[in-house]
Design a protein around this ligand. Structure first.
Ligand code: 5GP
Length: 241
C-alpha cells in the first residue's frame, strides 16, 4: 500500500490517501485535546499507544462480528482502514454515570444503573456537540430510522464485547464513544474512528484508578503510563494485528 497525500489533518489524527481510493492510512499523533480543543498538550508516545490499543480493540471487535473500518496496523503510529464518510453522530454508551452526564444531572460520578444509557450527539465542535435523538438524526437527513436503529444496536453490541474484554483484564468499561460512517466502496454503515482510552472511560476494577483521557482532562498526570498499562494488559489476552 503506497501512502500518498494528507487528506485530513485532525487534532489527534492525520489521514493519508493511498493508491487505493477506498483505503486510508490513519496516523495517531502524540497530541491530546479536550473540552472542544480548549485544552491541548503533547505526550511523547501517546500516538503509538492509542494506535496499538485501537488496532487491538477494532481487530477484536471484528473477530467478534462487529464490522468496522480497521484493516491492519501498518506501523507503530499508523493503521490502514477502509475509507469512510463519517456520520456526524457520536453514539455514547454508558454503563455508569460519569463525566458530562454526572455534571449535567448534578450527581456524583459512579451511579451504576441496571439499564444501559445510550446518548446521541450531533458532532459539531462549534455547537458543543449538542444532544440529538433518533428523530432528529432522521430529520437532519443523516440516516434513515432503520439505519440509526442499526447503529444503536451495533453500538450496544460493541459495548458488551468491550466490557467483557476489559473485565478479563481487571478494567471496568465505564463508557465509550463510538462513531459510524458509510464505507466508500459499498456504502454500508460500519463502526469507524477509534476505540481507545481517548474515547472511553476505563477504571481499574480494584483501585478505581482512571486509565483514560480523564487523566489529561483532570490534570491527574501519568497519561502515557496509564495508556501503556491498558495496552500491556490487553496484550496478555489479545494478539497484535
Ligand atoms: P462525556 O460526555 O461524559 O464527557 O463523555 C462520554 C464518553 O465519550 C467518554 O468516554 C469520553 O471520552 C467520550 N467522548 C465524548 N465526547 C468526546 C469527544 O469529543 N472526543 C473524544 N475523544 N471522546 C469523547
Amino acid at each position: 500500500m503506497i501512502k500518498k497525500e494528507v487528506i485530513y489533518n485532525g487534532n489527534e489524527k492525520q489521514f493519508f490517501a493511498t493508491d487505493d481510493p477506498d483505503k486510508v492510512i490513519i496516523r495517531y499523533k502524540d497530541v491530546a485535546v479536550a473540552f472542544n480543543n480548549v485544552k491541548r498538550a503533547r505526550f511523547e508516545g501517546k500516538g503509538e499507544l492509542s494506535n496499538k490499543i485501537s488496532a487491538l480493540l477494532l481487530g477484536y471487535l471484528r473477530d467478534c462480528g462487529i464490522r468496522n473500518h480497521f484493516i491492519e496496523r501498518v506501523g507503530d503510529n499508523e493503521q490502514l482502514c477502509r475509507r469512510i464518510e463519517i456520520l456526524p453522530i457520536e453514539v455514547i454508551v454508558r454503563n455508569r454515570v460519569a463525566g458530562s452526564l454526572a455534571a449535567r444531572l448534578g450527581i456524583e460520578e459512579g451511579l451504576k444503573p441496571d439499564n444501559l444509557i445510550v446518548e446521541l450527539r450531533y458532532n459539531d465542535d462549534e455547537l458543543d456537540d449538542p444532544f440529538i435523538n433518533r428523530d432528529l438524526a432522521v430529520a437532519l437527513g443523516l440516516v434513515s430510522y432503520a439505519e440509526i436503529d442499526g447503529i444503536v444496536a451495533e453500538a450496544k453490541k460493541a459495548n458488551e464485547v468491550l466490557k467483557d474484554l476489559f473485565h478479563r483484564i481487571g478494567i471496568e468499561l465505564v463508557d465509550v464513544k463510538l462513531e459510524f460512517g458509510r464505507a466508500t466502496d459499498n456504502g454500508e454503515i460500519i463502526l469507524s474512528d477509534e476505540v481507545s482510552p481517548d474515547t472511553s472511560r476505563l477504571w481499574d476494577e480494584q483501585t478505581g484508578e482512571r486509565l483514560d483521557k480523564d487523566r489529561f482532562r483532570l490534570d491527574l498526570s501519568d497519561v502515557v503510563a496509564s495508556y501503556r498499562n491498558v495496552y500491556e494488559r490487553l496484550t496478555t489476552v489479545l494478539k497484535e494485528n
